[in-house]
Design a protein around this ligand. Structure first.
Ligand code: CTP
Length: 396
C-alpha cells in the first residue's frame, strides 16, 4: 500500500497524458497523497482541472506561481516527495533530465528532489529507439533512475506500430509500490558485491580478460545501497562510476579480488558474486613487453583459485549468491554450480544470446535456490533484475 506517501506525478506533453488521470486515481485509491506537475505542452492535451479534481491538490503549471503559492515551489515539493513519477515522459523531459537542463517546474523539481524517481516513457517508436534517446535513458539508468518500459503495439498515428506506448497505469502503480516497499528493507545488512572482469597480465601491455561490463554487479550494489544496506563493491576494471553510498575497492587480477573478498567476507551478511573471474592466469611473470622476435608465442596458463567455491566452503550464516554464465544446458550447469559452490542462490545467464547479458543493459536469467525453487524471469533491465535478486535474498 501507499498509505501516507507523498507522490509527485509529472505529466508531460504527449497523447498519453490522459492516461495519467488513471494513474492519479489508482495512487489515491492505494492511500497516497498525489500532487501533479504539468509541463506547458501537457496542458495542451489535458486541462489542469482534471488533475486538480482527481488529486484534490493544487496542480503546478508555472515555474513562478502567484504570491499566495510561493511556498509551494519546486524545492518544497522536492523535499516533501517520497517518490517522483513522470508518466507519460516525452523524449524532451528525458533529454533535459539526463543533461541537467532545468527550465520549468518539472525539470527543476527533478534536480531538486532526492526521492526515488520512476520514468514511464511514451512517444513515437522512431523517437523512442533513436540513439540519442536511448543514450539518455541509459545515462539515467546508470544514475539509479527507474524506468517502466513502454509497450509494443499500436501507436497514436494511424497505422503506426512499434515500441513507445505508455505502460499500463496499473503496471506503473505496481512498480511505484514495489519501489517504496523496498526502501530501507536492507537496513543493518552488510552486503559484499563483486563485479566486472578480472585482467590477467601477460606482459607490461598485454592481458587476458573477458567482455564483462560490470553493469550487473554495479546494479546490485546500487540497489542494495538504496535499500539501506552497507555495501562494499569489489570490482575489476570497468568504465562505470561506483554507485553513491558504496565503499568501492578496485582490483585488477583474480588473486587481488580473492584477497579483498577474503578480507571483507567474515563481516558480510550477503555476498553477491557477479564478477566474471578469469579462470586462468599466465604462469610466467614479466614487467617487460615481450618482443615479437619469434613467429609464435606459447603462453602457459595456470588455474586461478575459485573464489566463490572457497568462501562457499566456510560460509557460516552468510547468504551466498553466485552467477553462472552458460551457453548450453542452463538448468543442469546451474544446479551443479549451486551445489558444488555451496550457494543459496544462483543466477543463471544464457550468454549465447547477444541481445542480453555481457555488455547489455538488459538480462534474462533463471534463478535457482538451495531449496530447489526455480524461477525463469522475463527479459528486464539489469536495475530491475538487481532488485528481483535482492527480493529473493531477503526471502531466504
Ligand atoms: N567464480 C569465482 N572464481 C573463479 C571463477 C568463478 O568466484 N575463479 C564465481 C563467479 O563470480 C560466479 C560463479 O563463480 O559467481 C560462476 O562463474 P562461471 O564463470 O559461470 O563458472 P565457473 O565456475 O568458472 O565454471 P566454468 O567456467 O567451467 O563454467
Amino acid at each position: 500500500m501507499l498509505e501516507g506517501k507523498e507522490i509527485i506525478l509529472g505529466v508531460t506533453g504527449g497523447i498519453a497524458a490522459y492516461k495519467a488521470a488513471e494513474i492519479v486515481r489508482l495512487l489515491i485509491k492505494k492511500g497516497a497523497n498525489v500532487s501533479v506537475v504539468m509541463t506547458a505542452n501537457a496542458q495542451k492535451f489535458v486541462h489542469p482541472q482534471t488533475f486538480q479534481t482527481l488529486s484534490r491538490n493544487r496542480v503546478a503549471t508555472e515555474m513562478f506561481p502567484e504570491q499566495a503559492e510561493m511556498e509551494e515551489n519546486h524545492i518544497a515539493w522536492g523535499v516533501k516527495a517520497n517518490l517522483a513519477l513522470v508518466a507519460p515522459a516525452t523524449a524532451n523531459i528525458i533529454g533535459k533530465y539526463a543533461n541537467g537542463i532545468a527550465d520549468d517546474f518539472l525539470s527543476t523539481f527533478l534536480l531538486a528532489t532526492r526521492a526515488p524517481i520512476i520514468i514511464a516513457p511514451a512517444m513515437n517508436h522512431n523517437m523512442y529507439l533513436h540513439p540519442v534517446v536511448q543514450a539518455n535513458i541509459e545515462k539515467l539508468k546508470e544514475r539509479g533512475v527507474y524506468f517502466v518500459e513502454p509497450e509494443t503495439g499500436e501507436l497514436a498515428m494511424e497505422g503506426e506500430h512499434g515500441t513507445g506506448r505508455l505502460a499500463d497505469p496499473q503496471t506503473i502503480v505496481e512498480e511505484a509500490e514495489k519501489l517504496l516497499s523496498r526502501r530501507g528493507d536492507m537496513a543493518g545488512k552488510k552486503v559484499l558485491v563483486t563485479a566486472g572482469p578480472t585482467l590477467e597480465p601477460i606482459d607490461a601491455v598485454r592481458h587476458i580478460s573477458n567482455r564483462s561490463s560490470g553493469k550487473m554487479g554495479f546494479a546490485v550494489a546500487r540497489a542494495a545501497a538504496e535499500r539501506g544496506a552497507a555495501v562494499t563493491l569489489i570490482s575489476g576494471p570497468t568504465w562505470l562510476k561506483p554507485p553513491p553510498g558504496t565503499e568501492f575497492i578496485p582490483v585488477t587480477t583474480a588473486l587481488e579480488m580473492r584477497e579483498r573478498v577474503l578480507e571483507n567476507f567474515d563481516s558480510a551478511d550477503i555476498l553477491v558474486k557477479s564478477a566474471a573471474v578469469v579462470d586462468f592466469r599466465p604462469r610466467q611473470k614479466t614487467n617487460k613487453k615481450i618482443k615479437k622476435e619469434k613467429a609464435d608465442l606459447t603462453v602457459e596458463l595456470e588455474r586461478n583459485p575459485d573464489i566463490l567455491a572457497e568462501v562457499g566452503a566456510r560460509k557460516g550464516s552468510c547468504i551466498l549468491v553466485g552467477f553462472a554464465a552458460e551457453t548450453s544446458d542452463l538448468t543442469e550447469y546451474g544446479k551443479k554450480k549451486l551445489k558444488e559452490k555451496n550457494l543459496d542462490l544462483i543466477v543463471v545467464n544464457d550468454i549465447s544470446n547477444s541481445d542480453i547479458g555481457f555488455g547489455s543493459d538488459d538480462n534474462m536469467v533463471m534463478l535457482m535456490d538451495r531449496e530447489g525453487g526455480v524461477e525463469e524471469l522475463p527479459k528486464m533491465s539489469k536495475n530491475n533484475l538487481a532488485d528481483h535478486i535482492l527480493d529473493r535474498v531477503m526471502k531466504l
